[in-house]
Structure formats: C-alpha cells, structure tokens
Design a protein around this ligand. Structure first.
Ligand code: TRP
Length: 428
C-alpha cells in the first residue's frame, strides 16, 4: 500500500518551549516512527518573515528549532526534514496558486481578519500594519502542502481554515489545468493537551509565560518554582483541578506517577515538594536531549548539512512536479509547433501527448503523431501526476528517455522509433 504522506511546517519565529514540545514536537516525532507513513517536516522560514523583521532572530530560531526537533529524536534518514527557503519551487508555486485564488477567500482568513477587526475597533485604518505577506500567508502555506501532494497535515485547530483553503486552491487549479494535486486533509490530534504556562493560562510566547524546552537545569528549576499555585499551606489537601503544576506533571508522567501525585495532593504535599517532583520528572525526560541540543547548537554546520540533504530529497520531488506544472499553465519554450496547435485552421495538428483516465481508475497517456498515428502507449499510473511527470520527462529527454520509462510503457515498436524521435523533438 502507498504510504500516507504527512507534512507539517514550523514557523521559525521563536525558541521552542515545553508547550511546543508536548503539543507538537513529541507527537510529531512519535508519529514519524510509525510504519506506513512518510513524514515531511520543514522549517517555515518564509512564514517567519511575515512576523519577524530581525534577521538574526530568524536565523537563530531556525537553528534552535532544527536542533530541538533533532534532539527530540527526529530521524533525518526517515523524515524529509528541510528548510522552506531551500526550495525555490515553493515561491514559484505560490504564484501559480495566487492566480487561482479568489481575493475574497483571503479576506476571510482568520489571522488577517483579526488584524482588520482590531484596527476597525480602534477606529484606525483597517489595513494599518497589515502587510501583504500576512494577507498572502494562506497561499504560501497552500504551496508548502500541495507541492508535495501531502495527504495529511497535522496542525493545531487555528490552522484548519488554512488547510481548507489549500483544498480550494488545489481544486481550482485542477479544474483549470487538469488533475495535478491531491486534496490534503487537516489532522487534529485530539489527545494532545495544551500545556498551561507559568501563570496558568495556555503556555504561549504571546503571554510571556513559557518554560524554554532546553533551559539549563538551574534555570528550569527556577522557572518551575515560579509556577502559580494557591496559598494552601503544607499539610493542607490540595486540588488537582485547575492546578497548572499538576497538568504539566501529567503531560510528562506515566499514569501511575500521575495517580501518585494525585494522592500526594490529597495528603497535603507542600507546594515546594510538588515543584521538586515536577522538576525532577521533566528533567528526567529532557536531560538526555539537552545534551544533544547543546552539541548541535555548538555545531550549526552539522545542522546545516542535514537540512541541505533534506532539501535535496524534497527537491527530487518538487522539481519534476514544477516542470509539469509550468507546462500545464503554458510557461513553455516557444516553438513553431506549439503556436500551430493554437491555430484551429492549421493544416496539420502537431504530434501531441494525450492524457486520460480509463474505467480501471488508472491514468494513462499516449503519444500521437501529427498524422494521427499512435506512437507510444503508457501503462496505467496511480495518479495523474505520475503520468504527467513521465510526459515531462520524455519531452525533456527525447527518445533517449524511452529506456528509463520502459516498465511504464507498452513495448515500443522498433520501426516507430524514428517517428517517436521526430515527434518528441517537435515537442521539446
Ligand atoms: N502556519 C503554520 C503555523 O503557524 C506553519 C506552517 C507553514 C505550516 N506552512 C505549513 C503548517 C504547511 C502545516 C503545513 O503553525
């Protein structure tokens, strides 16, 4: 069976904290180890430019996030792990999608709308401080997803709308130019809790209540000491309900450990002792990773090499697809034959590829000569994209490419080879 392809991006706009670890890094690394899945995880640094104007911060965050994911056990052999800005096909596809996306759809995007609503509420210009980058954010995200034909996109609830928009873009493009894109689905992890921060609200950079994932031991201890509690004295029973300390503990502990802390709460454990327990429990999980993290932070060139290798793997998929898409939208070399094909009264239609779907559900193509003779016939492909890529390959490589595609073609008749060569040359 074809593996299910998961893809997700992490905006490089900050330092990973425990909330990111519990809510996204840890589940994503675990999911990537399952059988039958293919994972594409990338650093969304083009997205970071929408929010962050400080170049050093973008660079630093890219390193910190990459090092964090690797330290948390991401295996770059198993996962295609890359940096968005190493894939020039992404901005190119962004433009193609921009041209099939209604402006009205983007007007409704939450992040943009929230800014406009806020400006309206303050009685200032609705577009004040709204960059076109923020407005276009969902299209860039659509390109991230569609370029790799992802099946599932694991995201937080706030991102569901963006995945729906990516589906719209895929449909519009397919409608106009043929079936090139699969329709992605959002994957929401229901079991992953959001972690409370130091003040009890959701741990988030915007509340300034975070615990950095790889804070040194002493700092981790200090930060944990600062988690809000109530004023119950040692010996007094404590409530687990609404206790940020308890919720954070639970995110790291086994069921038995959690049950033990629940009992200790009832038995009146002091807040100081409870904080010590929490500190030791988190540190037990994080300490081994912290070492790897530090080693990677000290050797950015190692992280760089891994990311470039990831980009190479990603582009092995992106580049051929982009060749097909450029052709599909009409960005083509200028040749007499192509202009002739647009002239209805041309005496002879040029040789051409025909793509179609059979009742067996598979996708086929054939090459027909200018005179209408069948020159090449493909076998069935699982997706129109695969068929399209073979066509693009043949157009590029000419008759020399036949051998490579042998197993995808009905056996080629030797006497037709000169005609095939001529037809392919006319299409190059
Ligand atoms: N916008 C996402 C976020 O802020 C990050 C992101 C960028 C992304 N491109 C993506 C997530 C593609 C999933 C797929 O969380």
């Amino acid at each position: 069976m074809k593996p299910v392809r998961f893809l997700t991006g992490i905006t490089t706009s900050g330092t990973p904290h425990l909330g990111n670890y519990v809510g996204s890094i840890r589940p994503a690394v675990r999911a990537s180890l399952q059988h039958g899945v293919e994972s594409f995880y990338f650093l969304a640094d083009y997205h970071a430019l929408i929010k962050i104007g400080d170049p050093n911060r973008v660079q630093r965050s890219t390193l910190e996030i990459a090092a964090s994911w690797l330290a948390a056990g991401l295996d770059p052999q198993k996962v295609v792990f890359y940096r968005q800005s190493d894939i020039p096909e992404i901005p190119e596809l962004t433009w193609f999608l921009t041209c099939v996306t209604g402006k009205g759809i983007l007007n409704r995007a939450h992040a943009y709308k929230a800014m406009v609503d806020k400006n309206n509420a303050s009685g200032i210009d609705p577009d004040s401080d709204v960059s076109a980058g923020l407005f276009m954010y969902p299209v860039l995200m659509g390109a991230d997803i569609l370029l790799f034909n992802a099946d599932k996109v694991p995201v937080g609830r706030d991102q569901i709308q963006h995945i729906e928009m990516a589906r719209d873009m895929a449909s519009s493009f397919n409608h106009r130019y043929g079936e090139h894109f699969a329709l992605p689905q959002a994957e929401i992890e229901a079991t992953v809790a959001t972690l409370p921060g130091l003040d009890g609200r959701k741990m988030s950079k915007s509340y300034d209540n975070t615990i950095p994932l790889f804070a040194p031991r002493e700092q981790l201890k200090k930060l944990i000491a600062g988690i809000v509690t109530d004023s119950r004295a040692p010996g007094e029973a404590k409530a687990t309900e609404g206790s940020a300390l308890f919720d954070i503990y639970q995110a790291f502990a086994s069921a038995e450990e959690t049950a033990a802390l629940r009992q200790a709460y009832a038995a009146g454990i002091s807040w100081g002792d409870a904080k010590d327990l929490l500190f030791e429990r988190i540190d037990r999980e994080i300490a081994p990773m912290r070492q790897t993290y530090q080693r990677l932070m000290d050797h950015p060139e190692q992280v760089e090499a891994l990311l470039l290798e990831g980009a190479r793997k990603a582009r092995a998929i992106a580049t051929p697809l982009m060749i097909t898409l450029r052709d599909a939208v009409g960005l083509r070399r200028l040749k007499q034959t192509t202009s002739a094909s647009t002239t209805p009264e041309a005496k002879l239609a040029p040789a051409c590829f025909k793509q179609y779907r059979e009742t067996d559900g598979l996708f086929y193509f054939k090459l027909v000569s200018a005179k209408g003779d069948l020159l090449l016939q493909s076998l069935g492909f699982d997706s129109p994209k695969d068929a399209g890529q073979s066509i693009a390959f043949l157009r590029k490589s000419g008759v020399a490419g036949l051998a490579t595609l042998e197993k995808n073609l009905v056996q080629v008749q030797d006497h037709l080879k000169p005609a095939i060569a001529e037809a392919l040359a006319s299409l190059q």
